[in-house]
Design a protein around this ligand. Structure first.
Ligand code: FES
Length: 260
């Protein structure tokens, strides 16, 4: 190794680390958290059923927008411009790649998976296994620079998810409507707390005093931005829980709790 801890001017220490604490615990927990989401979201996206409750208008966010003729009647809130799809294509395939791109290129998730999955480095004072480092200057990591564009698509998807949640209230009010609403509020909080969003609102300005509206927006987004990590994890959990609730109601495993 000729770079990193193996660079010629670094001290020659053969041990990977001299740390004796449980430095491996945070990367392990991060890996387990991300793996849980990837396995759950993958399984549900390819399941192709139990994503829509017609009686109450509940559509899981993993299948929204559902734009194909394969979608269950009533679940296509924006029509069916696409033909029937083979079973191996997830019905939510229009939005899923962009949402995945949005999360993968998110500044917080980068920090999380660079340390845990990439191990680059896994912790302070722990040598990484890689022999060279090219940062985000080459494929595939150069794609990280497209985060701002994934953010624009994520904004549109948040609007669509909001529409889905609001539409459920036209069928009355049940626990499912509240679950969809809480999920969408948190999704908005995560999306608006994005670092790109903060920069779009208040970046490249020489004088905040000449742009009071952008300054105000930047101030509000900055308050959310400090919670970006918490929102990133919370929304992973609420996405899974929302989908799980819709799946359980749609499959008949549980009944929706109705208030009105
Ligand atoms: Fe995390 Fe943009 S920085 S979503």
């Amino acid at each position: 190794m000729t770079s990193g801890v193996g660079a010629p001017r670094r001290a020659r220490i053969s041990a990977r680390t001299l740390r004796t604490d449980r430095w491996w615990l945070p990367p392990l927990l991060t890996n387990l958290g991300l793996l849980t989401f990837v396995v759950y979201a993958g399984a549900r996206s390819f399941m192709g059923k139990w994503y829509w409750v017609e009686e109450y208008g509940y559509l899981t966010p993993f299948y929204s927008p559902c734009l194909s003729e394969s979608c269950l009647p009533g679940s296509s809130h924006f029509g069916t411009p696409l033909p029937e799809l083979p079973g191996w294509i997830p019905l939510g395939f229009v939005a899923l790649p962009f949402l995945l791109g949005f999360r993968l290129t998110c500044y917080y998730y980068r920090k999380a998976y660079y340390r845990s999955v990439w191990q680059s480095p896994p912790a302070c004072a722990v040598a990484e296994p890689h022999g060279s480092y090219s940062g985000e200057t080459r494929l595939p990591l150069i794609v990280q620079n497209a985060h701002r564009y994934f953010f624009y698509v994520a904004l549109v998807v948040s609007v669509i998810n909001t529409y889905d949640a609001v539409l459920s209230f036209t069928h009355g009010v049940g626990l499912g409507s509240l679950v969809l609403s809480i999920n969408v509020i948190l999704l908005w909080a995560y999306t608006l707390s994005c670092h790109s969003c903060r920069h779009i609102a208040g970046g490249r300005l020489k004088h905040f005093s000449k742009h009071p509206v952008r300054y105000r927006a930047w101030t509000l987004i900055s308050k959310l931005n400090v919670r970006h990590m918490q929102l990133a994890w919370t929304t992973l959990a609420t996405l899974m829980l929302t989908d799980l609730y819709v799946m359980l109601v749609a499959s008949g495993a549980i009944s929706d709790l109705r208030f009105f």
